[in-house]
Every structure is written in C-alpha cells, then in structure tokens.
Design a protein. Structure first.
Length: 354
C-alpha cells in the first residue's frame, strides 16, 4: 500500500446480542462489494471482526449470519411480545447460552455473586463456537483483512491491543475482549495479564485504527449499537438506567476525528515551511540546526501524515427501552436485528450515493 492509497476501515462496537445488528450491516456492505483493509472491534464487535477477517467460508457475510443464528435460542418463540423478550433475557441470565457462556455453579445466586466468585459465567463455550467459524491461520498470514481487537488490563487499567499485523492472534486474544464484568462473564488470563472487555475504556475503537497505521488516509465505517439521540425523557428508573447505559456506550469519536484533521493541517504547514527553508539561504549555524531537526520532521511527516477522509456512521435506533435488551438471544430478536442492520445501512449508503 502506498501513501496515496486509502485504507477502508470497519469499526464494530460491543453490545451483547445487539451485535447481530452489525451482522446485518456487514451483509449490506459486502453485497455492494465494500472490502475492508482493517476491521477493528471490541467485545461482541471483536467476535464479529474476527469472523469477518478470518472466515473459513468463501462468503464471510453468510458465515457471520450462520454464527448469529447458532447463538440464538428458540425456546421462547411461542411467547407474545413484549413477554418473549423478557423471558428470553431471564432465561439467558439464569441458564446462560450453550454457545456463549454457562453459569459456573448452575443457576447464579446472590451468595455466588457477591461472596464466592468474581464472575458467574465461563466463556469457554464461546471459545469453542468461535473456533468453528474463524480460521486463525488465515488471519495471521497478514495478507488479508487486518484484525485489531481491544481489551483492558484489569490490574493496570490500560488498554491492551491485539493486532494481527504485529503479532500472532489466537482465539484467547479475541475472547479477552468480551469478558464483560457487569454481566458476570469471566476475564481471560493471557500473556501474563488478566483482561476484561475493551468497551470498559472505549466502545468505539477508532483511535486504535488510527494508531495502527497512522501513515495511511482512511475511509471509516462506524457501526453504532447505542442511539446517541433520544429526545423522549425516561419515565421510570429502568428507563433512566437504560438511557444512561446508552450514553456510556455511544460513539464518542468526534474528538478523535477533529484532532486527526488538526494534526494533518499542522503537518501540511510544516511541509510548506520545510520547503521554504530548504530553498532559502541559511547561515552555517542555522543550516546545522535545520539538519538536526530534519529526522524528526521526516518521521512526523511519514508516520502521522494521514487524515480521515470520510466517516460513514450506521446507527441502530430503537422504539422500546428494555434495559437488558442486549441479553435477548431469541431467534426472532436476532433475525430482527440482522434485518434492521441491513435496512439501516442501505439507507445510509443510498444517501451517500455509494
């Protein structure tokens, strides 16, 4: 890839079962033959990203949908709405999901929650499911889509990034990004660190994409699972917590994008000044000082000269305010989210004439 080329980047948020929406979005993007150079994800977004980058199927969009249909449960299909969503969520809370995580001691109870264990669910089932859908040898060839996933070092409170172009990524690295403590899912011990869900620090890992290859300009697609705007005020405590949860996880990357443009403009000015100086008569002392500064300038110009040329945001909207909607793995909900992701992304693409 030369400096004149663009990187096309897909950013996938975390959000439990809402990740099925990202599946729908990817289906639409793939349908119009948008191929991604880099896929960056956290939490369930990291799981989706791994399947996209390392699908062992010729049709990664179809493979991703198969993954989500395998995760879904059909026990609640005969329940009417909104009872179905509530029952499905509490079924997952009590019994877990055989393809995602299972309770360590059977049905969780308050004593287990607060006194006996720092987590309630073992995510080994998700590891087994993921290995069915991801060819990690393909990811680590470093010739296809670049995979970047983010997690958090529990003890140090720092972001930990796993990048398939800088290391050998395995299933544990991906799973490490999906240990969400508020739902009692276990952490992952990897490379002498204890790791939690990357969404605890940032649910929209755009900065990780910029830092991974800051020398290349980018077109970025961001899939937002949590609505940024919702003008209706909460009516009760459940809705208040629901809205607060949304705000905690919404896309907050405007600052990153602004700073990218500011830095790029600074570098353009430096380049202009550099050209002026090199074409000017300098005293021996100034010339020596200029030569001392040259390596630092060239490093900045070559390694931080990229800009984000365009950002396409595809954001999920919602009508209901069910607090635990991201734990609803019922088949009907998963299919609804996939369809919604397909529809929403097509509308955005039509607006942008893509």
């Amino acid at each position: 890839m030369t400096k004149s080329e663009l990187e096309t980047v897909l950013i996938l948020q975390g959000g439990g079962s809402l990740g099925a929406y990202e599946c729908g979005v990817y289906k639409t993007l793939k349908k119009i033959k948008i191929d991604f150079d880099v896929v960056v994800g956290t939490s369930i977004g990291a799981i989706n990203a791994a399947i996209i980058a390392g699908s062992n199927n010729d049709d990664p969009a179809k493979h991703l949908e198969e993954f989500w249909l395998e995760l879904s449960e059909t026990m609640t299909k005969s329940f009417p709405e909104p009872l179905r969503s509530i029952v499905s969520t509490f079924h997952t809370t009590l019994w877990g999901n055989p393809h995602v995580a299972l309770p360590i001691y059977g049905i969780p109870n308050p004593w287990t929650l607060f006194m006996m264990q720092p987590f309630l669910y073992d995510n080994t089932p998700l590891k087994k499911t993921l290995t069915k859908f991801v060819d990690f040898k393909k990811i680590n060839r470093k010739t296809g889509t670049r995979l970047i996933v983010s997690s958090v070092d529990i003890q140090r409170g720092k972001s930990v990034i796993f990048d398939s172009h800088k290391m050998e990524v395995d299933v544990d690295h991906v799973i490490a990004s999906a240990g969400y403590p508020f739902y009692g899912i276990s952490w992952t011990e990897k490379d002498d660190r204890y790791l939690w869900d990357g969404s605890l620090l940032s649910n929209t890992p755009l900065r990780e994409a910029i830092n991974a290859s800051p020398q290349y300009d980018k077109i970025v697609y961001i899939v937002s699972l949590f609505p940024k705007k919702h003008m209706e005020l909460p009516k009760n405590m459940s809705e208040s917590i629901h809205r607060a949860r949304d705000i905690m996880h919404i896309d907050k990357t405007e600052h990153n994008i602004r700073m990218s443009k500011v830095i790029s403009r600074y570098l353009e000015l430096l380049k202009e000044l550099y050209q002026i100086v090199t074409n000017s008569d300098l005293t021996p002392q100034n010339k020596q000082h200029f030569e001392e500064l040259r390596p630092e300038y060239e490093k900045l110009a070559s390694q931080r000269g990229a800009i984000i040329r365009d950002v396409i945001r595809i954001e999920r909207q919602e009508e209901s305010h069910f607090l635990l909607e991201d734990a609803d793995f019922s088949l009907s909900k998963i299919k609804q989210l996939i369809d919604q992701g397909e529809s929403d992304s097509q509308k955005i693409l039509d607006q942008k004439n893509l």
